[in-house]
Design a protein around this ligand. Sequence first.
Ligand SMILES: *Cc1c(COP(=O)(O)O)cnc(C)c1O
Length: 503
Amino acid sequence: MTTQTEEKFIGTTRKVTAHQTQNEGLSFEKSAPGKKAYRLPPLDVPEVDPSALLGEARRSHNAELPELSEIEIIRHFTRLSTWNYAIDLGMYPLGSCTMKYNPRVNEFVSRLEGIAEAHPYQPESLSQGSLGIIRLLQQCLLEITGMDAITLQPAAGAHGEFTGILLVRAYHQAKGNPRRNVIIPDSAHGTNPATAAVCGYDVVNFKSNAQGGIDVEALAQAVNEDTAALMLTNPSTIGVFENEIHRIADILHSKGALLYMDGANMNALCGKTRPGDFGVDVMHLNLHKTFSTPHGGGGPGSGPVACKKILEPYLPIPVVEQGSDGLLHLNYDRPQSVGRVRAFYGNFGMFVRALAYTLANGPDGLRQTTEDAVLNANYIRKKLEDLYELPYNTPSMHEVVFSDRRQLRNGVRTGDIAKRLIDYGFHPYTVSFPLIVPGALMIEPTESESREELDLFVDAMRQIAREVEENPQLVLDAPHSTRVSRLDETTAARKPVLRWRKP
Ligand SMILES: *Cc1c(COP(=O)(O)O)cnc(C)c1O
């Protein structure tokens, strides 16, 4: 297996090692009675009969836990970790997800004792440092977005959308008419229509124009007194900046509707332009995308919501305020608030990381980050556009979307190319999204990647395009270098087999 695998890596210097196959699956089955990974000191208290202590709660038989020695456990988990892919191993070009590197200084700062050990029930007088972190991050994010007020409570992007649309709803309700519809372009992330529906709105699906953006004339027709808001991702999910954003905002405002911006793509705007300046009323950020805090594998997120003054009264409680005593306080006395959206104050560890990242970069660094992210995406675009179809010719921002149209002539789809990319040592790009591009390949390198890494990725993609022409079956059967190849993805998600079984 190893020799075969190596042959397929010609064209890149990257290797995925397919070693240790003989050790595969040494987990629960490796258990042997009496093996231990611990040794207890001699008993120095009187021995007690457990039944006397526990009564009926005492187990009648031993739990069948695996019995292993320390080194067997260490090897098992270490080996498992090497079967996974991570940003610390290589590029993770998952479009829309902004899988950037999380600098180690973030981790260092978030683990400082005073920060990591702070308890949310500590009195305010002993929480001034933590509240100060919240306040400073809020000020930075307001400066970056050009908005007036912000909450850090939402725990993810989708949760931020939910909070933002609750603000929109509260605003219209306070004016005596909650309105019925939220307009959402067909290129939107699936969480947008889900959010609008969960908040009780009817979703009006809005068709993108030939450039993948908003047709302003059609929008003017679609907006009316029943429109609560337009939920717009800018730059859009095909990585294109909405040039007519001012007019879009004007159209909405002229009918009393609001402009919600899905700010998950702020990595393309940070330090260059501000949503607050181009007419956005409310937006969310994904700290775990733009501001480097780690994500993936269901890890913690953070989706702050920033808004204009008109929406401030409705922000979730509590809000951090500076009192006349100079101290920071949590204010719960906000009668128009939509209430709480999260226990305590949000995912505090994410705030610390995002703040460390923001302060370490400073304004110039954040601008440079944006420029590098856009440069990297366009580098990949230029290096691949002769082999892969570009469905929209509009200039790319921080991500580039190709389609599998040319490869489909040989029966190869975007999902097959993505699987083959694994053999070359890369995490797949985003497959089949956005939906407006049939067979989409959505690639977002982020600013983290060096020219050398981008070149390896480009080489792999070009090599795969050649394979599609010469030997499509090789791509259709990929990946060849992983422990399991093609899974039934639905069953794998619904009925995962989490243990190894003897064949
Ligand atoms: C990632 C993303 C979201 C959702 O964010 P989560 O933190 O995954 O909930 C929403 N919209 C866009 C455009 C995104 O890329």
